[in-house]
Design a protein around this ligand. Structure first.
Ligand code: GDP
Ligand code: IMO
Ligand code: MG
Length: 438
């Protein structure tokens, strides 16, 4: 059975965790393939509200195997705490598997993340400060330590004996920071390794075996395509590949590109971004506040799951959405937070840009120029009524249906799921993508 990838179509926080939690019931393997604990996926279901950074959002369904693939960088302390938190709230975590080739976030990665942002000054990226970027840098620089190394004392000692003094020189001589103590790091990471040993395995083999048995596999993306190192708003991007393309999803879990036959693009009904970088439809007025603070009392306002930072908010950008859909080969759209737009008399969607007085129908050649473009909006009538209880497309107000149709046209792909609230069942499924009964 082929695999399905769930990706973010914007700048992250589109509701991927919520969409994975919804569809995971039809899958036997759920695998995270990229990023690290910079990701924050919120799930609200019958057990309560959860913010996950590393464990796949499929964990709430019994009988699923939840894999943290080799493409993920893992802060072992965060993972141990997440597993403990889930267990303490009644979730069976014995189904978590951690790739033996996943790279580990070391204390110098956290330090360098902060020191680097300081050094960049005005050009700071606004990272999550989770050490994820520096861990990916060291992976590419061949200075990484993998989970297989922390479960074996000799392997850890051998790696640390070279890497720790190397990193201490960089930190003290380049950044003027404090060095790390070999014995302390060794003791901490051997303890992490001891606690994580039961989960560490060759996860690529697990995914491939499940594939051979014809089981449904769901690959859970993190972040969004516009944060992709190659295809996003470089340099205001993350350090990994959130896209569904071979380098992202396939490599991140160990399957070939022919294994993937469905790509679900998760898009919010408007646009948000945390951190710096261009955002053509960004709003700074009362409308931004209305978008940001909807649901804030229930903990589902637009504030970062990982850092708590307020998210920048703006209208849906149809130009960027079409770009990310084509790039990922999106076959199905899940449109989230439609309920949030109920508060507006009129809603806007960006259908093009103007640059130096000229109309652009597609993306400027350098995405970064997006900061200089002026969005061209189309206004649609709002529906101004609560839709969070609606479960069938026909029951949506005609204005809301018209909005969804316009989003479909702009993305160029059918909307198969509409999310109208943070809770698992607050969804309208219009096409049976995973065998979930309509
Ligand atoms: P992710 O990183 O893509 O998984 O998204 P986040 O979890 O960081 O952010 C999405 C936020 O929106 C979370 O607070 C979710 O609980 C919430 N959410 C998801 N879908 C909906 C929806 O349809 N309506 C509302 N009101 N909230 C939603
Ligand atoms: P989820 O999976 C939103 C952003 C950061 C910053 C940039 C680089 O929850 O959608 P990093 O710490 O990765 O080096 O920061 O990327 N960023 C995210 N924004 N959602 C995320 O993940 C993000 N992960 C990273 O805010 O702008
Ligand atoms: Mg998030």
């Amino acid at each position: 059975m082929p695999a399905t990838v769930i990706i973010g179509g914007q700048w992250g926080d589109e509701g991927k965790g919520r969409v994975v939690d919804f569809f995971a019931r039809s899958c036997s393997v759920i695998a995270r393939y990229s990023a690290g604990s910079n990701a924050g996926h919120t799930i609200v279901n019958e057990l309560g509200k959860f913010g996950l950074h590393l464990v796949p959002a499929g964990i709430f369904h019994a009988d699923t195997t939840c894999i943290i693939g080799n493409g993920v960088v893992v802060n072992p302390q965060t993972l141990i705490e997440e597993i403990e938190m889930l267990s303490s709230r009644g979730v069976d975590t014995s189904r978590v598997r951690l790739s033996d080739r996943a790279h580990v976030v070391m204390p110098w990665h956290l330090a360098i993340d902060k020191l680097d942002e300081q050094l960049r000054g005005e050009r700071a990226i606004g990272t999550t400060g989770t050490g994820t970027g520096p861990a990916f840098t060291d992976k590419a620089a061949r200075l990484g330590i993998r989970t297989i190394d922390i479960v074996k004392p000799e392997a850890l000692e051998e790696k640390l004996s070279f890497i720790l003094p190397y990193k201490n020189r960089v930190i003290t001589e380049l950044y003027g920071g404090e060095p790390f103590d070999y014995d302390e790091v060794r003791a901490d990471y051997l303890e992490y390794g001891r606690q994580l040993r039961p989960y560490v395995t060759d996860t690529a083999a697990l995914v491939q075996d499940a594939q051979d048995r014809g089981e449904q596999i769901l690959l859970e993306g993190a972040q969004g395509t516009l944060l992709d190192l190659d295809s996003g708003t470089y340099p205001y991007v993350t350090s990994s590949l959130p896209t569904s393309m071979a380098a992202g999803a396939c490599l991140g879990v160990g399957v070939g590109p022919t294994a993937i036959d469905r790509v679900v693009g998760v898009y919010k009904a408007y646009q948000t971004r945390v951190g710096d970088g261009p955002f053509p439809t960004e709003l700074f007025d009362d409308d931004a506040r209305l978008l940001r603070d909807h649901g804030v009392d229930q903990g589902t306002g637009e504030y970062g799951t990982t850092t708590g930072r307020p998210r920048r908010c703006g209208w849906f950008d149809g130009v960027l959405a079409g770009y990310t859909a084509r790039l990922n080969g999106v076959t199905s759209v899940a449109l989230t937070r439609l309920d949030v737009l109920a508060q507006f008399e009129r809603v806007k969607v960006c259908v093009g840009y103007e640059l130096d007085g000229k109309r652009l129908e597609s993306l400027p050649p350098a995405l970064l120029e997006a900061s200089a473009v002026r969005p061209v909006y189309e206004e649609l009538p709002g529906w101004q009524q609560d839709v969070s209880h609606i479960r069938r497309l026909v029951d949506l107000p005609p204005e809301a249906r018209r909005f969804v149709r316009r989003i479909e046209e702009l993305i160029g792909v059918q909307v198969d799921m509409i999310s109208v609230g943070p809770e698992r069942e607050q969804a309208i499924v219009t096409r049976d993508i995973f065998g979930v009964p309509l």
